[in-house]
Design a binder for this molecule. Structure first.
Ligand SMILES: [Zn+2]
Length: 147
């Protein structure tokens, strides 16, 4: 891997695609459009339109938590997913999809139970894990996938 290699990183605030040199990924890069940090240490909440942009354009894997506000295990897992974001960024983007609001996405990806974690790379799903997990297990599972 050369130091001039660059990656497409989708901004969690304005959803613009940025081109960032791989070597600068961990140097807290800002978005060229909105000038806010491209990585915040927090999962980004995605509606359907933003989901499409991140999944299609992100050149780092996107780990998505499909959840719903009425789901107790989902709410229990939320702090763990927050902690996992701090450990997995900037090598991955962590995102949350509220299946109550984005029902078409839940149907398209055939989400049968929540919470469900799904890992996307280059526009397609490469791994899926239903059920609530602690932060350490989320990190271990995400890193064990070949992406
Ligand atoms: Zn931005």
């Amino acid at each position: 891997m050369s130091t001039t290699e660059s990656l497409h990183i989708v901004c969690p605030h304005c959803h613009t695609t940025n081109r960032i040199a791989s070597a600068n990924l961990s140097a807290a890069p800002d978005c060229g459009k909105c000038h806010r940090p491209l990585f915040t240490g927090h999962p980004v909440a995605l509606d359907e339109a933003a989901f499409e942009k991140h999944i299609a354009r992100s050149q780092v894997p996107v780990l998505v938590d499909f959840w719903a506000p009425w789901c107790g295990p989902c709410r229990m897992m939320a702090p763990a997913f927050e902690q996992a974001a701090q450990q997995l960024e900037p090598g991955m983007r962590l995102a949350k999809v509220n299946t109550e609001e984005a029902q078409a996405l839940a149907a398209r990806f055939n989400i049968r139970s929540i919470p469900t974690l799904a890992l996307f790379m280059n526009g397609r799903e490469v791994a899926r894990q239903p059920g609530a997990m602690g932060a350490a297990d989320i990190v271990r599972w995400a890193r064990s996938q070949r992406v």
